[in-house]
Design a protein around this ligand. Structure first.
Ligand SMILES: Cc1ncc(COP(=O)(O)O)c(C=O)c1O
Length: 382
């Protein structure tokens, strides 16, 4: 047999799986992986049941259910005042992960450079590697996790094909403002490259801020893929449904790939989401307040511990400095905390190519108060 040469030799089991397994093994409170421990809205679950009892069992249209794409376009108009054509510009995918993979495959060619900002979500790099591209990691500047614009400009060159941003940002919670997209538009025009804007936490922004989407920056939107996730918005990460919004020619390329990766995504869930999105826009409109309450609740609990929480403008993640508790490197600290003290967290260095010398871990606060209380009780003992 010919030797099997891995196309992704550096990829192992993700830290999220590792920490969740460790949490289960040691009966730790799992604040590591980013998923809620509460249910999707009851009205949505009813619609799923109805769809399952009804006639929604066969392949959905390849780009997504017509009703769902129309509902998505309606929501984008309502939330951000942007007009997209649901027929040509919106593609429903099996989670944002599929959309990210396909956007990258659509534009990245062998030898192309793709700029990402560290700390960075873990699915970007393997997708670029499979497309034959090279990832250029630029660190975000602490403590705000801000883009270093000079460094970005210095890194852009004729080989740069794609820049990937994520707002609100996992793991730091940092958000981009519309002025940041203006600045990106200026830079990317000069270097003629594409943008992938990962906006899966679009409805998890705090303190009265409004989510700035790339879709509202017309010049940049013309060269961008914007990616969203129903899993994050409806407390249903296991449903694996998301979508990509991009101009027609870019969406056509996404669909060429989507057609042969999954062909289409689960029909009954698309139907239920289409109905619910139109009937209950208050669900996503109220999400910032819903998560802000949890953010503040968890921050108040952390005050009684030696962790030093960082500000959280968006997402359902809380970064905290553990320097007053331990001098262990973060991966070892996270294992120790899980095994010895029963709280599972994610070490921040795993989001980096070259991690800075900081002692930060990520907690997920998308949890019932009882779960957060149980974690805090253990953290207070440290
Ligand atoms: C920044 C970011 N992008 C994309 C995803 C993937 O979303 P989905 O579960 O819809 O595939 C996640 C999930 O944690 C995420 O945090």
């Amino acid at each position: 047999m010919k030797p099997l040469i891995s196309k992704l030799p550096n990829v192992g089991t993700t830290i999220f799986t590792v920490m969740s397994q460790l949490a289960e093994q040691h009966r730790a409170v799992n604040l590591s992986q980013g998923f809620p421990d509460f249910s999707p809205p009851a009205g949505l679950l009813e619609r799923v049941e109805n769809a399952l009892r009804g006639r929604y069992h066969q392949y959905a249209p390849m780009p997504g259910s017509v009703a769902l794409r129309a509902a998505i376009a309606g929501k984008l108009k309502d939330m951000y005042g942007v007009t997209v054509d649901p027929v040509t510009d919106v593609t429903v995918t099996s989670g944002a992960t599929e959309a990210i993979f396909e956007a990258i495959q659509a534009v990245v060619r062998p030898g192309d450079e793709v700029i990402v900002f560290d700390p960075c979500y873990d699915s970007y790099e393997p997708s670029v590697t499979l497309a034959g591209g090279n990832v250029v990691h630029l660190p975000l500047v602490l403590p705000q996790f801000a883009i270093d614009w000079d460094r970005l400009e210095a890194s852009l060159n004729a080989r740069t094909r794609l820049v990937i941003v994520n707002t609100p940002h996992n793991p730091s919670g940092a958000v981009l403002r519309s002025a940041d997209f203006d600045r990106l538009a200026d830079l990317l025009r000069r270097y003629d490259c594409y943008l992938l804007s990962d906006e899966v936490y679009e409805h998890v922004v705090f303190d009265g801020a409004r989510h700035a989407t790339v879709l509202a920056q017309p010049e940049l939107a013309a060269r961008s893929f914007a990616v969203f996730s129903f899993g994050k918005t409806y407390h249903a990460t296991g449903w694996k449904l998301g979508y990509c919004v991009a101009p027609a020619p870019l969406s056509a390329e996404i669909r060429r790939i989507h057609q042969y990766v999954t062909f289409s995504s689960t029909t009954p869930l698309q139907q239920a989401l289409a109905e619910y999105l139109v009937a209950h826009p208050e669900h996503h409109r109220n999400l910032p307040a819903f998560y802000q309450e949890r953010r503040d609740y968890f921050a108040a609990l952390l005050k009684h511990t030696k962790f030093e929480p960082l500000p959280v403008p968006g997402t359902y993640f809380q970064l905290a400095d553990y320097g007053a508790i331990s001098s262990l490197p973060d991966v070892e600290f996270a294992r120790w905390l899980t095994i010895e003290h029963g709280v599972a967290v994610i070490p921040v260095s795993v989001f980096y190519e070259r991690a800075p010398d900081v002692k930060l871990v990520r907690f997920c606060f998308a949890k019932e108060n009882a779960t957060l209380d149980a974690a805090a009780q253990r953290l207070r003992a440290l």
